[in-house]
Design a protein around this ligand. Structure first.
Ligand code: M6R
Length: 640
């Protein structure tokens, strides 16, 4: 591999990147069309509520040309109740917002929209305006007043002032964005311009939905998928104006820019609960389809071909000497799981890094390193920054992503989409198994172009992967056993998880699910590490989940893990074993055994994780907690 193909041979240690922006997560929706703004906005907010649920608000221009707003602290239900108590008249133009508070507490006053131009203009915002203080001083000196503690209201008042000066929302926008430092998606409406919504985007997502006689804006396509499957992603530093019949996109200077339309791959029902008690329960049940759909069209006659990688060129992939996977949370555990497969099948060394650690420690990127990011949302700021860093350093970056039109794929050289459908519950489940699936496909694609596996070996692994959806379906049948276990354990204060080899990241994922959903202290450990410290935590009654490797496929590891079980049981631990059907060796030592179907060792994680997800969900439910919207969290972590 030459430096020419990859850029520089060795990349600098202290690259100067553009300053990091901090972007709060929030959900944004905008609509122009016939008289159904309220329905579209509330439906869009319901689908975007996963992005933040500290407050919600809407602004609608009614048929009399009046701007009506409503906003409430708390979840969207609070706003719905407010609208029932004090209805507002519907109209053809509106914007809506659901907030994850960072700047000013989660109060009614700080809820969006914020007003400008004497209450004639409404604005919503996702991001942080870093220079809001001097701008506020400037406006205060001119006699403007403020009702909230937010940076957003400064933008609203500034926009109102610029509208007064220019008489045009688009022009006012161009003037305002040139004054703002930081990161933002802004949407605004003015009652003097019914049928017009203007938006701007910098370092924060915004997507257009194209309708017939109506158009939409949203933080992601979930905002409008009920009405249209045609979408356009808006690029960095662009302004969009939508009317019922037209969409115009310009740069911040007003120059028209080219846009590209794409079809949304899933329909509206995919982002509804569909009769399930929670989105999480539904998404757990959708895991067989998530895997099957991610495989679809990528295995032909036993050979894996990922068309999205063809532009990169086989020569480039054949020349890779090292892969660095960057991701956060559950996505990082998917990366940790895939490391074993990529190294075994493709023979390329893999490092898995938390994006935020990678980005801030001057990583060494050699010319033949490929950076692979993993992100369900495609918006995680830590991962986005890691990708930008890698590319500014001259490296190639590919992403594994579940969200079309998201920022991380746009910032990557290639993207392998997972086809899990929309994941709404904050706790990631179906995206996780889809990420592992996509990464295994990538590993097999790589193994093929590098000649690391024979066609027969490739076909055998591909067949194992194709069998997984059915096996997950079987693993899901253990749900009742797991539910009972969770109910018995609803008073548990701490749970430990042990795993070895590919079972280790699954232990970490099991612990993360329990922390975020049930607010229980949970830790995952490599089983081999037990005697190096963690065994001191074992006391009588301590519950320990153990992911047991297959006695057939991992004959060398299975007895070691069974020994670990005996060691901790001797000290009073209560053992819950996740073990392959027919594994008789664990039976005498486990208090509970949850069975998973037989699979080759590298594929076991896709099955072993299922009961752990269900356990966390059921335990949280038994404690009366909201499994879809756990406290303090939001789905897309666009804050560094
Ligand atoms: O959207 P991403 O996949 O980039 O999100 C990464 C993490 O924030 C995410 O997996 C998080 O850990 C989940 N809440 C875990 O269930």
């Amino acid at each position: 591999m030459t430096g020419d193909t990859w850029g520089h041979n060795r990349l600098g240690h202290s690259l100067q990147l553009s300053p990091t922006k901090i972007v709060p997560m929030c959900g944004i929706v905008g609509y122009v069309g016939d008289n159904k703004s309220l329905e579209v906005l509330m439906g869009g907010l319901r689908r975007l509520e996963y992005r933040g649920y500290d407050s919600a608000g809407i602004a609608v221009i009614d048929d009399e040309g009046r701007l009506n707003t409503a906003k409430r602290a708390g979840k969207l239900a609070m706003l719905s109740n407010e609208l029932k108590r004090n209805p507002i008249s519907n109209g053809s133009t509106g914007i809506g917002h659901t907030r994850w508070a960072t700047h000013g507490g989660p109060t009614d006053h700080n809820a969006h929209p914020h007003l400008g131009d004497n209450g004639r203009l409404a604005l919503i915002h996702n991001g942080i305006i870093e220079n809001f203080a001097p701008l506020k001083d400037e406006l205060l000196a001119e006699g403007f007043t403020f009702e909230s503690e937010t940076d957003t209201e400064v933008a609203a008042v500034l926009l109102g002032r610029e509208y007064q000066r220019t008489g045009d929302l688009g022009e006012a926008f161009r003037s305002v964005v040139s004054r703002l430092d930081g990161a933002f998606t802004l949407l605004a409406v003015h009652q003097d311009q019914p049928g017009v919504v203007v938006g701007a985007r910098r370092n924060s997502p915004l997507v257009i939905g194209l309708g017939e006689g109506e158009n939409f804006l949203g933080s992601d396509v979930a905002a409008f998928v009920e009405y249209t499957r045609r979408a356009v992603a808006i690029g960095q530093d662009q302004i969009v104006t939508i009317t019922p019949g037209a969409v115009t996109v310009t740069d911040f200077d007003g120059n028209p820019v080219e846009t590209e339309e794409f079809d949304i791959a899933w329909d509206a029902s995919a982002s509804d609960k569909g009769g399930w008690s929670s989105f999480m329960a539904k998404e757990v049940s959708e895991q067989p389809e998530a895997v099957a759909n991610t495989i679809l069209g990528r295995i032909i006659d036993g050979q894996v071909v990922i068309p999205e990688l063809t532009d990169l060129g086989d020569d480039l992939l054949a020349g890779i000497r090292r892969i660095v996977i960057v991701a956060c949370g559950t996505a990082a555990y998917a990366g940790q799981t895939a490391k074993y497969a990529i190294e075994k099948w493709a023979g390329v060394p893999v490092d898995v890094e938390l994006s935020h650690e990678f980005r801030y420690r001057d990583p060494v990127l050699t010319a033949d390193t490929l950076v692979v990011s993993i992100s369900q949302s495609g918006e995680t700021m830590d991962t986005l920054m890691a990708v930008k860093y890698a590319r500014e350093a001259g490296a190639r970056a590919i992403s594994v992503c579940n969200t079309q039109g998201a920022t991380i794929p746009r910032e990557s050289d290639a993207v392998i989409y997972t086809h899990a459908g929309p994941e709404v519950a904050v706790a990631s489940t179906k995206a996780f198994v889809a990420q592992i699936t996509a990464l295994y496909l990538f590993a097999l694609h790589l193994a093929r172009v590098r000649g690391a596996l024979s066609p027969e070996e490739l076909a055998a692994q591909a067949a194992e992967l194709q069998a997984i959806p059915e096996k997950i379906q079987i693993a899901l049948k253990e749900a009742d056993t797991v539910r009972q276990l969770a109910m018995w354990m609803s008073d548990t204060r701490a749970v430990l998880f042990l795993g070895r080899h590919v079972g280790f990241p699954i232990a970490l994922e099991g612990a993360l699910k329990l922390k975020e959903l049930a607010y229980i202290h949970a830790e995952g450990f490599a089983a081999g590490e037990l005697k190096h410290g963690p065994i001191a935590l074992i006391e009588p009654g301590q519950p320990v989940f153990v992911v047991v490797p297959s006695p057939r496929g991992s004959a060398h590891l299975h007895p070691k893990v069974v020994s670990n079980i005996q060691e901790i049981r001797a000290r009073g631990a209560r053992i819950i074993a996740i073990a392959e059907q027919g594994d008789a060796a664990v039976l005498p030592f486990a208090d509970t055994v949850i069975h998973i179907p037989l699979a080759a060792p590298l594929f076991e994680p896709l099955l072993a994780v299922i009961p752990l997800q269900i356990f966390a969900m059921e335990l949280a439910t038994a404690k009366g907690l909201d499994v879809d919207q756990p406290r303090n969290l939001a789905k897309s972590v666009t804050v560094e």
